[in-house]
Design a binder for this molecule. Sequence first.
Ligand SMILES: Cc1cc2nc3c(=O)[nH]c(=O)nc-3n(C[C@H](O)[C@H](O)[C@H](O)COP(=O)(O)OP(=O)(O)OC[C@H]3O[C@@H](n4cnc5c(N)ncnc54)[C@H](O)[C@@H]3O)c2cc1C
Length: 388
Amino acid sequence: MRSGISQEIVIIGGGVTGVASAYELAMAGAAVTVVEQASLASMASGRTLAGVRQSGRHAAELPLAMAAVARWKTLGDELGADLEYRQDGNLRLAEDEVDRAKILTIVGEQSRLGLEIEFLDGNSAVREIAPAVAEHVRAASYTPTDGHANPNATVDAYAQAARNAGARIREQSRVQEIETRNGRIAGIRTDNCRIPADTIVIAAGIDTPALLAPLGLDLPLHLANVPVVQTTRTRPLLAPVIGTAKAHFAARQEAGGAMRFSSGGHPVEPGADAKAPDLMRPSVARLAETMSRAASLLPAIGGLPVNAVWGGLIDLTPDSLPVIDRVSEIEGLVVAAGFSGHGFCLGPVSGEIIRDLVLARVQRYRIEPFRWGRFVARNGTDSPELLG
Ligand SMILES: Cc1cc2nc3c(=O)[nH]c(=O)nc-3n(C[C@H](O)[C@H](O)[C@H](O)COP(=O)(O)OP(=O)(O)OC[C@H]3O[C@@H](n4cnc5c(N)ncnc54)[C@H](O)[C@@H]3O)c2cc1C
């Protein structure tokens, strides 16, 4: 136990949410242990496109994304590492009139919410910002303060800074059971040890429902598989991150020069085994679709050699907003999951929110839209926007 704060905290999950929370808690003087079943960033946080984007966010999430961007600007200095953060904007492309109308609406709504976002009308206006964009693109929204970063560098930097502040991080240690006593958290059991705890934060992405179910708790997540392609390094081609109004393609050029792009998420069969190795692998057909959209929207990258392909799973809630809250049924249990394809950008702010939930501090943000239990007796789903 460290000075000042008398609770033992265990965070399940070594993705960006888990390590950012560990960092914030350790900096606040709390005793915190992260338990990760594989290696850090082995799931969504290491497979992500890693856009740091405010534009297109739900009105409830936008204040968090804007606060996160403010934090991203100095995060590398704070953590003492190069996160390859670039704030070169985001373009959301319109390929037809339906897209154009959608983007006009987004620009109007988000300007009213205080985001710096403009409508670029016509192909030449778009290509002034990103000359590599195809000639058939008719318009775009442009958010100059959006950007991107290196996700593995970010997770590693948070983890190292958390360790420096006293946090323990145990990799290759799978939580098998969350123990409770008299309605309170008592600890966790992994495949090789037991750790007593007063507070547990479940930041386990797609595995969160499986950890909650033995406690009689339900978090309705459905999964989507997103194929990702990375090329070899190339000359500077694309400064902003691009996405499409249809949310069926997104791309960025990494700081090292590789292009990383992705097509939309494809729903995974409900009830599919989240541990099945093939669940994350993109199919030939999905990859072909991804490549073809890349060549169509960014013709200059069509001839580049492919360096790697992979798939990632997205944890979608019914309203595409995360759950970040205390679980009312069990004293000492906090859930942070269901980031619905937006959790990389939000990482720094998620860490602050979780710290303040755990330490019962006044929240700096309005977290009511992210409350636990809001899906009880809810019908239907809102249409999720899957790409970063
Ligand atoms: C292809 C793709 C593109 C994306 N693009 C963007 C984007 O551009 N911008 C953006 O903001 N977001 C994006 N996202 C979403 C973002 O990456 C995620 O929301 C974010 O990384 C989630 O982080 P996390 O820490 O909550 O979960 P994860 O990174 O999934 O981490 C959860 C961790 O918990 C561990 N775990 C699970 N069960 C257990 C257990 N029983 N015991 C111990 N450990 C356990 C897992 O191994 C995993 O490492 C994208 C996601 C994908 C897949």
